[in-house]
Design a protein around this ligand. Structure first.
Ligand code: SF4
Length: 327
């Protein structure tokens, strides 16, 4: 049976876009074939990314008090989670975070704010931070600030943003089950606007929210259709105080199958084993590196990760290396 996964990777490498049936087969592959599946994905990953693991560092520049109702999010209007809530950080704090990310060898520093879309004051702070970081160090800059107009996207680009993050989160069909204060289409429109402004697109989603395997495949195919540059695959680590608090985590094997499906449907795209990596993949975490080519290090928006030293040890122990920005 492993030969069929190998055949699938050869088809993908030959440029055949993976169809829905093949994508669903990956998600329902038996545990006995898990290593063969990972091996097939690794052969694709290696062609496009070698053994590099790109490190991304997040800066949660404004936390909590969001008016939206995303069911998974501890910063939402409906969450009662015990998190740190604070207004916009000062420019100096955001720049200091970039210096630390640069010191760790991160290729991307992503400044994130909670909320539906940025206020004029938010934009002032973020754009000033972008300008100062760009002038001081060589690092790709990403921002995740919510829904964008054409003008906001152009301002971010002008200030030095290389990329925006704006996740679709899940399929069009399942989206109304996790958010009612904005629409899936609003998210797609922001992605399209940012792309038109010349920004790279980081756009992915979250699995383990009660969606079906079809929903996961729909998300992967929608992202391929949008031509995104980077796909963060987040795994729900249910947060106390959110509407999804009662859900169980996915199994580590399901997380790996999901990553393989994203790799095979979007072979040349940066795929990130993103939020919830440590909590969901557990002892199988290192196997994610054979499929995904990037991770967040130094934690997430409201939760800590295992930490940079452990991430580095994991990368090196498996014979991978930290990716660097091209000179
Ligand atoms: S818009 Fe962003 S910060 Fe607000 S609830 Fe949704 S995911 Fe959380």
């Amino acid at each position: 049976m492993s030969r069929s996964w190998n055949a699938l990777s050869l088809r993908v490498l030959a440029g055949e876009p993976l169809g829905r049936a093949d994508a669903l087969n990956i998600l329902s592959a038996p545990d006995d074939e898990l290593l063969a599946l990972v091996d097939a994905a690794f052969s694709v990953r290696q062609v496009f990314f070698g053994r590099d693991v790109n490190l991304h560092v997040l800066c949660n520049a404004k936390s909590g008090a969001c008016g939206e109702d995303c069911a998974f999010c501890s910063q939402s209007a409906v969450a009662t989670s015990d998190i740190s809530r604070y207004p916009m950080k000062r420019v100096e704090e955001i720049v200091a975070g970039a210096r630390e990310a640069h010191r760790l060898g991160a290729v991307k520093y992503c400044t994130v704010i909670s909320g539906r879309s940025p206020s004029a004051r938010d934009m002032e702070t973020i754009c000033e931070a972008l300008r100062r970081i760009k002038a001081e160090m060589k690092m790709h800059l990403c921002v995740s600030v919510g829904l964008l107009t054409d003008r906001l996207a152009a301002e971010l680009k002008e200030a030095g943003a290389d990329r925006i993050n704006h996740n679709l989160e899940t399929s069009r069909r399942f989206f109304p089950r996790i958010c009612t204060t904005h629409r899936y289409e609003d998210r797609v429109e922001t992605v399209v606007r940012a792309k038109a402004a010349g920004l790279e697109i980081c756009c992915g989603g979250l699995v383990g929210m009660g969606e079906t395997e079809e929903d996961r495949v729909d998300l992967a195919l929608a992202l391929r259709e949008l031509g995104v540059h980077s796909i963060p695959v987040n795994f729900l680590d249910p947060r106390a105080g959110t509407p999804l608090a009662g859900l169980s985590r996915l199994s580590p094997r399901d997380c790996l199958r999901t990553l393989v499906m994203f790799r095979m449907t979007n072979p040349a795209t940066d795929i990130r084993a993103a939020g919830g990596r440590e909590a969901n993949l557990g002892a199988l975490q290192v196997l994610a590196l054979y499929v995904a080519n990037s991770i967040f290090t130094q934690g997430y928006l409201t939760t800590p990760g295992q930490g940079y030293p452990e991430d580095l040890a994991m990368i090196e122990s498996a014979g991978f290396r930290v990716g660097r920005i091209e000179a």
